[in-house]
Ligand binder design. Structure first.
Ligand code: SF4
Ligand code: SF4
Length: 337
């Protein structure tokens, strides 16, 4: 016997969590785009999506966010810091690859400087994942040594029932236990079996790829140019990626008053590494693509012992020229280290 949450009780759960002071989020489709968005009722969820177009990262690391207000006077500069939000949040229906992305980025945001905006949101959020029972040709979590029911980054894992009428509930953390406690009387005991996980075939040999990337002789390989010739540097792959985390600061305002904002940036953009002098150490799209792959599968694991990719497949799924990390790693797998 395990505890299950019936689909027909989900709306009561949302109401209960909201009444307890939480803002509730989940997968929502609006017109042509889907994302994890705030809801008032369960009817707004679209739980049939394989995964939303936009990743859950933007609920923790928004595309743009004010950091500081400044005003410049004759003899002084006044500044006022913006504070990280402290609202309690339940994020329901997160896909395991997106939850894993948060756990992958935790050490980065806590490394040389502890980013309060990230950690206040992390500590005030409960991540409720739903194991995947369907996938598409772009999903590749298994190639990254994760799985359609990976619990990494999750506080509660829900496993869909075979009869399609609810989920088996697995509490994973204290935060998750607290969230489940708030809906405990809405759960019931059941022996209904769970549906099988999605079949996600391995698409490349990650260890072989990493060995090739770590060989310094391959840094200048002609492979980089050949594989990235058609990249137009739009940055979609980085903006949609649950683990890409580059940002820049911009001051917006006039000569005397303004707001300093933290904005997403992308290693795919030519301006990303442009020096004031006009020199650009990554002057070609192939050098920028090499950086993206090296960063995710060589430099980042070298520092944090984890690859900066959870295998969500968005970079390939949404690339306007049909490129992406899958194709590159598949090609690298076939090269001699
Ligand atoms: S790989 Fe595709 S999505 Fe990424 S920057 Fe290039 S064209 Fe854009
Ligand atoms: S690199 Fe691509 S597959 Fe990996 S997490 Fe980012 S968007 Fe997903």
């Amino acid at each position: 016997m395990t505890r299950i949450l019936s689909s027909d009780k989900l709306d009561n759960c949302v109401a209960r969590w909201r009444k307890a002071g939480n803002k509730v989020f989940g997968p929502v489709k609006k017109e042509t785009t889907s994302s994890y968005a705030a809801v008032e009722s369960a009817a707004e969820f679209d739980l049939g999506l394989i995964l939303p177009d936009r990743s859950v990262k933007e609920l923790f690391f928004p595309q743009t966010e004010p950091m500081m207000r400044y005003s410049i006077k004759k003899q002084a500069i006044d500044t006022e810091d913006f504070q990280p939000p402290i609202e309690k949040r339940i994020i329901f229906g997160v896909r395991p690859c997106d939850a894993s992305g948060l756990a992958i980025d935790d050490p980065l945001f806590g490394w040389d400087y502890k980013d309060d905006f990230w950690f206040k949101r992390r500590n005030n959020s409960v991540i409720i994942t739903i194991a995947c029972t369907k996938s598409d040709d772009f999903c590749m979590c298994t190639s990254l040594k994760l799985a359609p029911d990976s619990t990494k980054g999750a506080d509660v894992m829900l496993r869909p029932l075979q009869n399609g009428k609810g989920w088996q509930v697995e509490e994973l953390t204290d935060r998750g236990r607290e969230a489940v406690k708030e809906i405990a009387d809405l759960l019931q005991d059941s022996a209904e079996p769970t549906a099988p996980n999605a079949m996600v075939p391995e698409k490349f040999n990650l260890d072989a790829c990493v060995a090739w990337l770590r060989n310094p002789e391959n840094f200048e390989s002609s492979f980089w140019k050949e594989i990235s010739m058609r990249c137009i540097g739009c940055g979609s792959c980085t903006f949609l990626c649950p683990t890409c985390h580059c940002f820049d600061f911009q001051d917006e305002g006039d000569t005397y008053n303004g707001i300093r904002r933290k904005n997403w940036d992308s290693c795919s953009f030519a301006l990303f590494t442009m020096h004031t002098s006009g020199h650009n150490p990554r002057s070609t799209q192939s050098a920028r693509w090499r950086q993206r792959i090296m960063h995710k599968f060589n430099y980042f694991p070298g520092k944090f012992n984890v690859n900066s990719c959870s295998g969500c497949g968005r970079c390939s799924r949404q690339c306007p020229v049909d490129m992406g990390i899958t194709e590159t790693l598949q090609a690298i797998s076939t090269l001699q280290p």
